[in-house]
Ligand binder design. Structure first.
Ligand SMILES: [Zn+2]
Length: 367
């Protein structure tokens, strides 16, 4: 899923599909043949030193078709790319594959029905088939924002809000960490040299990989859903989303010793940033990136240096404002974003936010 050229976006529509029960094994066999075809291709490429992709393509096309009866395609595990028309066709609630197999469409997001299907990828993962169909859609125009929704992240939570509202969303770092630790324990347990050969053959490696993937998926799902919540709230209130420039933060985390927790936090930040930007693009929500320096140490009301008065609590010695560190950050990010937008900030109002119910927005609306 990536942004397209000018005026257009490439979106991916995820379709849950299911082969006819009597064809399921045949479809799986097709996916396996694709994987074999890829492995074969890689060997040919290496043997012929055909390093350029177009050269490799020319070299392989005829061979693959003859050997495997397949149009040219790339594979990745049990997944394959399908060219539109030649590879697949969506007809009502059915997907027809070029090899005569039919898939039932169980459900998908119909928002982009009016736009033609482009290439697609059929994936078989954890017992389920999914068809990812790409489409080009016009890039929506960004609305003129009525205010700012600031986003602040720390390792435990994401805080979203402005001087009127605030919502806190927990990060799943601890949950993801459990899987990383399971993977590590398993790896450690079988890493003695006498186990090594056996390990290579056994399912242990697969299980280790499975745990690592699980940790990553937890972070990815969270980042996507959290971005969706944030963008929905912004759209609902016609607000611009303001976030800190996290490049420096991610970089500094990368320099720390390779510890699982740090790595997961950095991954979470990066993925959340990615999904916020992407969802904003898709929904026409304006985005502002502000300087992060000092957002949780200066007074959002008068600019004075804050002093710590308790765990994560700060107080302004000059004007008396007292709030939680994250609330301070939200107010500062909002303020910086507003001034970037050219908004009037002569007398910013920064009410005490200690009584704000974090869930006052309730469940986010669906876009
Ligand atoms: Zn102050």
């Amino acid at each position: 899923m990536s942004a397209g050229g000018e005026g257009a976006l490439t979106v991916t529509v995820r379709m849950k599909v299911s082969p006819e029960p009597e064809q399921e094994e045949a479809v799986l066999e097709l996916l396996r043949r694709y994987r074999d075809a890829l492995n074969y291709s890689v060997r040919v490429i290496i043997a012929n030193r055909a390093l350029s992709l177009s050269k490799a393509h020319r070299l392989l096309y005829k061979d693959l078709r003859e050997r495997y009866g397949l149009p040219s395609a790339t594979t990745n595990g049990l997944s394959m790319w399908l060219k539109k028309e030649q590879g697949y066709r969506v007809k009502g609630d059915r997907v027809e594959l070029a090899w005569g197999y039919g898939l039932r469409v169980i459900g998908y997001d119909r928002r982009y029905d009016d736009f033609p299907n482009r290439e697609a990828r059929l994936v078989f993962r954890e017992g389920e088939f999914t068809l990812y169909v790409t489409k080009r859609v016009p890039r929506p125009a960004k609305y003129a924002p009525k205010g700012v929704l600031a986003v602040d992240v720390n390792e435990g939570q994401v805080v979203v809000g402005n001087s009127r509202v605030e919502q806190r969303i927990e990060t799943p770092v601890e949950r993801a960490l459990r899987y990383r630790r399971l993977a590590e324990r398993l790896q450690g347990k079988y890493s003695f040299s006498r186990y090594r050969a056996w390990l290579r053959r056994s399912g242990i490696r697969r299980r280790v990989r499975h745990f690592h993937r699980k940790a990553k998926n937890i972070i990815e799902d969270w980042a996507r859903k959290t971005a969706h919540t944030i963008i929905s709230l912004a759209k609902q209130g016609q607000l611009a989303v303001a976030r800190e420039d996290l490049t420096g933060l991610v970089e500094s985390l990368r320099r720390l010793p390779k510890e699982h927790r740090t790595a997961l936090i950095a991954l979470g930040y990066r993925r959340l940033g990615f999904w916020i930007d992407w969802q904003a693009e898709k929904n026409g929500v304006p985005i502002l990136v502000v300087e992060p320096a000092g957002t949780s140490s200066t007074c959002p009301r008068c600019g004075a240096e804050l002093v710590e008065v308790g765990h994560r609590r700060l107080r302004c010695p000059s004007c008396g404002l007292e709030a939680d560190r994250d609330t301070i950050a939200i107010l500062n990010i909002e303020r910086r974003a507003l001034s970037k937008m050219g908004g009037s900030l002569a007398t910013p109002t920064a009410p005490q936010m200690t009584d704000v119910n974090p869930n006052r927005w309730g469940e986010p609306p669906h876009l």
